[in-house]
Ligand binder design. Sequence first.
Ligand code: SF4
Ligand code: SF4
Ligand code: SF4
Length: 353
Amino acid sequence: MPLPENTPRSKLEIAFLIFFIPIVIAFYLIYKYPLWFADSSDAFYLFGKQPSFWYMSLYTLLVSGTCLWLLVRNVNAYSIKKNPEPLNKYQKGKFTAIFFSQTFAFYLIPFVILPFMNGAEFWSDPAKMPVKTAHVYLWPAFTSVGVALYVFVFISVIVYFFGKRYCSWFCSCGNLAETVGVTPWGRRWVRKYTPRSEKSRKLEIIQRIWMVFAIITGIILLMDALNFAGAENVAGQVRATQDFITDLIFGSLIGVGFYPFLGTRIWCRYGCPLAGWMHVLGQKINTRFRVEANDKCRGIGQCTTTCPMGIPVEDFAHKDKQPIQGSFGLDESPCIGCGGCISACPTKALSFR
Ligand code: SF4
Ligand code: SF4
Ligand code: SF4
């Protein structure tokens, strides 16, 4: 049986890709910048609902539906064996967490329950501009006390105990990456197209640059909110730049549109300022999170091929197929704790500390 990463794209997949990129570009342009194409922000509402409602409905259907499919099927989605074993406890926990966070926290509560509780007419959304603010862009933590507490207190505690596991168990953007990455096509996109060269790892410095840019933006917006002289001159420009470059180009068009060409975690690895912050924080506070190799490694390399973050996992597990019982955490890698490498290893040579 050929390894999944060596299987060429099928005709159906190629046909899908021909439509995928133009649809992604057209959709995000209309969704994020409706006034480029129409006189009113509600011009693209469907059945009275704004595009974000329909986008999140589809998104949640895909994410939560995939989680349910995996949990009911109960088969290790990372294994290349012909008859894979059942999902382990960790993966069951992860996909259950993704199901509940996506279904309730990111969909039902904001898009269905709150509008009902506010007494709003459900099928008649008020005209309003799309929101381009998300806590993963980090700068909102400088302009909102709630986001600051969430990022600098809640997520920091998680980083201490679990490293960047937030990215594979809870984050809405990560939920899509995690679930698409275990579908038949997505598995191959991760395995075959995730950049894994030394150079690609050096380029992860881009994320630090993005994080610094986000922090500078946050400080400027905070100064503007506090009426510092001169801040208002640049606040609008940095905000517009963040909206266009970070939210539209990197976070959406590249972050989602390049799944089939660069794997599912390009944004998470090179863009996301929050991930940059979690990484730096994890190193500074010496997070307890680590992946460890035992003496069962046989140098098969499935761990490396499975990693959506391009981490050379096997380098910590063997040298010339002899086990070296190494380990890695956030000092050595951008690991998001998805557990894919652990589930993929046929000799059970890896585990979380
Ligand atoms: S890297 Fe950022 S966008 Fe990706 S899952 Fe983590 S927090 Fe979310
Ligand atoms: S840790 Fe497991 S998958 Fe990775 S090289 Fe060793 S035996 Fe192979
Ligand atoms: S090293 Fe393992 S746990 Fe970490 S991101 Fe890669 S596959 Fe996931």
